[in-house]
Structures are given as structure tokens and as C-alpha cells.
Design a protein around this ligand. Sequence first.
Ligand code: PRX
Length: 662
Amino acid sequence: MAEETVTTKVLMEEKRVFKPPEDLVKNSNVWQWMKKKGFTDEREMRDWTQKNYVDFWDEMAQTYADWHEPYTQVLDWKPPYAKWFLGGKINVTYNCVDRHAKSWRKNKLAYIGYGEPQGEVWKLTYGDLYREVNKLANGLKSLGVKAGDKVSIYLPMVPQLPIAMLACAKIGAIHSVVFSGFSVGAYAARVEDADSIVSITIDGFYRRGKIVELKKQADEALAKCPKIKHQIVYKRAGNEVPMNTGTWKDVWWHELCANQSSECDPVFVDSEHRLYILYTSGTTGKPKGIEHAQGGYMVGPPQTLHWVFDLKEDDVWWCAADIGWVTGHSYIVYGPLNLGATCVMYEGSPDYPDIGRWWSIIEESGTTVLYTTPTAIRMFMRAGEAWPAKYNLKSLRLLGTVGEPINPEAWIWYRKNIGRDQLQIMDTWWQTETGTFAVSPLPITPLKPGSATLPLPGFGVDVLDDQGDPVPVGSGGNVVQTTPWPAMLRDFYKDPARYMQTYWEFYWKTHPGYYLAGDKGRRDEDGYFFIQGRIDDVLKIAGHRLGNSEVESAAVSHPAVAEAAVIGKPDEVKGEVIIVFACLKEGVKESEELRKELAAHIRKELGPLATPEAIYFVKDVPKTRSGKIMRRVIRSRAMGQDPGDISTLANPEAVEAIPKIV
Ligand code: PRX
């Protein structure tokens, strides 16, 4: 558990409330809706939409989604499974691209993409997007891909990534995007588990001025994935790549699409038809494939984006996440495109060629709304105020954060240096599983730094103790969602038992149908939520989720390692960093070289995100009698805290041997 991170310490001390300016409130999308409905009070509106959540979502589904065939039932809720908009037929790509390309928006920019090398800019209108998506969709069909087939996508932040996702959705294929910062082992495991028949990748892309040879990594991974029949390769960096003709066949994207028609009829699917699988870390070494549905995705992401970030027709929206994570799925692709918005994308590193790059992109693109992570803000904070001060950021009108708790110090810095001491910050709490923001301010909400404020309209969220009773004001408890919502996860791919066990079993006896989010949180006297961190063994490295056991599995896959325990250590910038305690096999000698080799091995298996901050060699790791590694005990001991009662451990002496790391 990441209880006492750097963030919580200062939380208690920041007591200011930041009221939204009158003109923001009165012009906001949510206010317009409230006026129409006769609401004058935010709390009243939030309460009403929660109590009447089925009617509320029904109205939102009519507002944001274009149904090919109307649904006949809003919700079928048989915990732990919800089905939304039954009987409805829909196509996500029709909603996100076709209907705009056939309207006045055909010449409106959908994406302004910046390559890392300066001066490289890709501009795609909705009309361009329509043609590119259709060609690739036809290309996929020519390779035999049909509705329901799985396609793994391993691409960096170039416009071809959303194009590939939309091409899949257009023909009802299910995409599984894997973050391009993940490495060989991670891609192989996700391709294999998803039963993908096609992989889409790139020759290489730019990161900190160097070419990352992604196809090379993809090839190494696919060698372990016999179900893959074809790989589509987008040519970007021009680095030499071999084209495989063996168990799978490589084809260049441009050759595949060269003779394809730029028209492709959408395959209209049932509302519950799966849109995508996205793997996320849990408490075991094996990542879980979260499934999301087409219908719900054309309601939740656009509605929440429209209300929380208040997108207007002329906004330039920059969600600076990577599409390899859920944030990008919902808020760089499906939410904003449904709304016909203009999105900024950036391929590279925020510090290339210098730490002013993001601010230069904002100035150049005229970004009006910026959404990023606390880790990024803390990194900019460290680099100093002088960097953003060099650029004209006046186009910005609203800010946001996501992924981890934000410490008030970073919040205040963000507001002052990026937001001219004027802009409101939407601290949105949500997860891969929720698909959309669930607890978040609206532009009409008074803000408290460090708080994601209140459950959004249509969401039931509570904080309960382990017995299922509400916790008193100010006390910590488990964050739960009490009612289903349209963009919620539908299942774990091929693992319904684990789905039940992870989210629903905990409160099944007292509150069947309550969703256990896996976060600890508290509420203050105004009902404002403060998220305190995970209750399970999931690391949050720079806001990205990584399972302790995933890193442990990568460590023990090194031939010298017999066992490994991984903990997160609080870090001022990244929130947490990875510490590995490794037991070596009999006869293997400890050495600095081996330490480096092991770090490189973990990085190669999982990717740069998983690079350990430090590796300690130990004789043994503390375990229960049933063999479960006691990470909590290890963490306490390593952090110089009292590890508590260790008498029930199988090897209490191992605790002593854990070095103090602070
Ligand atoms: O612990 C919470 C944290 O991120 C987790 C979800 O991670 P992931 O599925 O990777 O999605 C991240 C982007 C949506 C949550 O369980 N988290 C997310 N947003 C916040 C947060 N913690 C505190 N404040 C937030 N705003």
C-alpha cells in the first residue's frame, strides 16, 4: 500500500478553496444543461443525477451517441455484469469520424500531431481521418480480419495509432493497444493472451533524439506468438527492418493501403460488442485484459469530456497522456473525436530538445485545455518557473490532472505557472476499469487542491470500512462505486472468476453489486474526496500502473535469480520508484555487474518504466507459511518503520536481513 506518499503530508495543510470565475460557470456546458433542467445548485444536480442514474444516462446516450438502431432498454444490471443500451446498434468509428467527415467538420482538424524532431507536424482533418481509417479498415479486411477478431497495436504517439484503433472499430474488430514504452516480454504476453491474429507496429520512432526500433521488439515478441498471421508495419523513422515471411507475414502499411478504397461501410454492432481490450496490472504477475464495450464508449467518454473539460467547438484539446493507457483511449481518441474536437498529440519526450518543449507546443498549437499528470507537473516544477515563463500560454483556459494523487504544492505551482494564477484545475479520479472520470470537479465546482472533489453526475461513489459501513468524515476507507455506469469495464478477457474476485466479492455479502475500486480514500466535511493510494500491491510509477508481482516475475526470469520481492519507494517526482530485493540461485556470486545486468533484464522484459531504482541482493525474502511474499513487512523494514508482528512468518529472520534503504 502506498499509504504515506509525499503527497499526503502537505494535504492536511492546504485549506484554500478556489471558486470558479463567474464567466466560466455561466458559459459552461454543464451549466447550460442545468439551466435547461431547472437546476440552480450543483449539489442538487449531482444528487439528482445519481438517484436517477438510469434516466440520466438514457438522456446522455441520446445526446452523445448516434444509434444506427435505437436501444430498447437502458440497463440490464445483474451484478457483477451490466449491459447498457440493449437492442441498440452502433459503430464507434461512424460516431467519431464518419458523421463529422460528412458534415461541415470535414475540413476541421481532428489531430495536430507533433513529431519529436522539431518542425515535423502532422495535421489531419476529419476528412483525412475518414479516408485513412477506411483504407486501413479495408486493408485489415483483405488480411481476413472480421468482427470479433483481435488486433494488437504496438505504436507510439503518431496519428497512425488512433487511425489503427478506429479502423478496427469500424469493422467490429477488437483492438488491444500495448504501450510502446513496454518491451518484448510485455508485448508477447499481451498478444498471446488476447489471441490476436494481427499485429500493427512501426519501424521506429523518436525518443530523446534517438530512434526506438519498435519493430525489432515486436518481432522478438511475435516469435513467441503463433496465433499472429500478419503484421502491418508503418514506415516512420526509416531505420532498416527485416520483413518477415515465416509464421507471420509482414506487410508495409503504405503497400497494404495503396490500392484500398477510401470508402468502407461501418459494421454496426450490438451496443455490448467489445470495442477493446486493455491490459492493466493487478496483484498477480499476469496483467488482466479489461474489456470495454462500443455502446458505453460513445456515451461516457464524450459526456464526461464535454462536461468536465467543457470542450467547445473552437477548443484545442491536449490530453498529454499516451494512447497506450486508458487516458489516451478515452480522451485522445473516443471522447474528443465523438465530439468533433481538435486534439494535439506529441510523439516524444517532454524534455526534448529541452524542458520547454510542451510549452512551445501549446504556444504553437494554441492549446486551450491541457490535461496531464502530477508526475509531469512535478518534473516541470523541478526544472523551474523560467521555462514556462518563456512562452505565451495565454490560449489556455482550463487545466487538468490524472493518474495519481496531486500534492497541493504541485497543484498550486501548476495553477500559478501554467494557469496564470487564474485557471481552474480538474483533478479527475478514475481507472482503466471505469473508462471515464468518476470523481471529478466540473467547471462550476469550488476546488480544494489535492481533492478530486465529488462523484460526477450519474456516478455513485462512497467510502466504506471493511465491514461495508460508511466511514466517518476524515477517516480513510475503501473507495467503492455503488451503481453501474455506461463506460464501466465489462469483464476480464477469458477470466470471469478473477473479475468477480477482484472487484465484487469483497462487499458481495453486505452490498452485492458494489464495485471495489482498489483505492483508499477519505472524505472531508464537505464530502470532497481525497484519494490516498492503492490498497493492493500495485505500483504507481509516474502515474502508470505496474504490478509488484509483474516486476518480480520479470526479475525471476533472469537465470541468476531464485526469488524476488518488489516494493515501491516514495519519490518526490514520480510518486513511487521500484526497489527490488533479489535472492540469487545457489552458487551465483553477487556483483555490481550482475546488478546492472538484472536491471537491464527487467527493463528489457517490461520496458523503461519498470527500470528499478535500486536492486539489493538478499539471502531470503520474508514469506508467510503458504509462501506469499510479505511485501508490506519488507517495505516497513526497508523504510525504517516497525514491521509489526512477524512471528507468524515462515522465516522471520529474513526480515532482519532486509537492508534499510532510507
Ligand atoms: O489509484 C488510482 C490512481 O490511478 C489508478 C488507476 O490507474 P489506471 O487504471 O492506470 O488509470 C490511470 C488513469 C485513469 C486509480 O486506482 N488515480 C487515478 N486518478 C487519480 C488517481 N489517484 C488520485 N487522484 C487521481 N486523480
